[in-house]
Write a protein that binds this ligand. Structure first.
Ligand SMILES: [Zn+2]
Length: 418
């Protein structure tokens, strides 16, 4: 029997479909997401060699996941590379700066870890329809895994999301509708869940609490892969782009469970990269739960939230980490550096992880000897329009080679005629 636990009041729940957070804390006006209670006792003798080499990817770590998983809904998610950022790291004075490139997942984002586990849970619990309110990555991933499971999928989005995102979600066969406001999407989705038992892969509460607790467990496999690639050692710092902090909390929980099992020696400091900074503000003001902050729009639209969540704040507080507020200018600088100096093209919200590190370096808040891992959550091709703002128009070459050399010099600063 898999139970859900409130991380605040520690109440345990046996209702597998409790997707609206802790009812007790809700009564006290503290919105808190539930989390899967993992009984580590039977896993006490788990050794790293017990994680099988095949199948490659997330389902190797099935022992830590809250589903039977005999027939997982999978597209080969996980097993993404941990890339040593020698050039960017060297420039920042960080010898051990790494990127976990999650854009190499099946729908080009780390949401596939969440959706593979959540949709597997949906199938195992007899769901007939899957639903999500999303501005992009989470929706695209939900649509793909619903298609894989052969289940219909209803997605509530906003008219303002990039065309690429709408195309992806619809291409996978989801019924996508544009809602007038963010709050309206959650209300419509809640009615589908409550009236017809639609299975939600994401949250629909106001204020937000975070996503489906079973899906969040999928992010623990990211912690496993990072630790394994570092020789079963924990990094010192993990930076995750965060809005409602599903990824931040899931990676933290994975690290904490690995440490509790003795498979790594400590839990890394977690850092949230956030455009508006609700978690940073809550830490600074010593709040028990984040309060909404002001936000004026961000190129990192997929993480631009005025709300933080209890789960995110908890991951930062328990690991001794930070929230770092990032600007559009800093995000573009990081996006350009990752693409041009390392060959890794990620979307603006992913680049925010590097922006946060650049800011921590400027504040001398990181030790240059530390091992730092950036979670790069999604591909730059998800929002190509954002990158066009810092790219020149493609110039015409003409048909004369000397004219071409002049074009290369003028447009790209390349002196190739020597
Ligand atoms: Zn509670």
């Amino acid at each position: 029997m898999i139970r859900l636990e409130c991380p605040r009041c520690r109440t345990l729940f046996e209702d597998a479909r409790l997707f609206t957070g802790c009812p007790r804390c809700h009564e006290q006006k503290v919105p808190v997401n539930l989390t899967v209670k993992v009984d580590l006792g039977p896993l006490a003798h788990l050794r790293t060699e017990r994680f099988p080499a095949t199948p490659r990817g997330l389902w190797r770590f099935r022992a830590l996941l809250p589903v039977a998983g005999e027939h997982p809904v999978t597209l080969g998610e996980g097993a993404t590379p941990l890339i040593h950022l020698e050039r960017v790291g060297g420039r920042l004075g960080l010898r051990r700066l790494y990127a976990k490139d999650e854009s190499q997942n099946p729908t080009w984002s780390y949401k596939d870890r969440l959706c593979s586990v959540a949709v597997t849970h949906a199938v195992e619990t007899g769901a007939r329809v899957v639903t999500i309110a999303s501005t992009g990555n989470h929706g695209a991933s939900t649509a793909a895994y619903a298609a894989r499971a052969g289940l219909p999928c209803v997605i509530f989005t906003l008219a303002s999301v990039p065309a690429t995102m709408k195309t992806l979600m619809q291409a996978y066969g989801a019924a996508v509708v544009a809602c007038p406001t963010a709050e309206a999407r959650w209300d419509l989705m809640r009615q589908g869940v409550e009236r017809f038992g639609w299975y939600p892969t994401g949250g629909f509460q106001v204020p937000p609490i975070g996503s489906n607790p079973y899906g969040i467990e999928g992010y623990k496999t990211l912690a496993c892969e990072v630790a394994e690639d570092l020789g079963w050692r924990a990094p010192d710092v993990v930076v995750v782009p965060s809005a409602y902090s599903d990824g931040l909390f899931g990676v933290y929980k994975g690290m904490a469970e690995l440490a509790a099992l003795g498979l790594i020696d400590r839990v890394p400091k977690m850092v949230a990269a956030e455009p508006y900074g609700p978690l940073a503000a809550a830490l600074e003001r010593e709040l028990e739960t984040p309060a909404p902050v002001r936000g004026e729009g961000s190129v990192a639209f997929s993480i631009a939230s005025r709300y933080g969540t209890y789960q995110g704040l908890r991951a930062l507080r328990e690991s001794g980490g930070h929230g770092v507020q990032v600007t559009d200018e800093g995000i573009f600088e990081a996006q350009r550096a990752l693409a041009r100096e390392e060959g890794v093209f990620v979307e603006p919200s992913s680049a925010a992880a590097l922006t946060a590190v650049m800011q921590l370096v400027a504040r001398k808040a990181v030790d240059p000897e530390q091992t730092i891992v950036l979670v790069l959550t999604s591909s730059g091709l998800k929002d190509p329009g954002a990158s066009r703002t810092w790219l020149p128009e493609v110039p015409a070459s003409g048909d004369d080679f000397d004219a071409l050399l002049a074009v290369l010099r003028e447009s790209y600063g390349l002196e190739l005629d020597r």
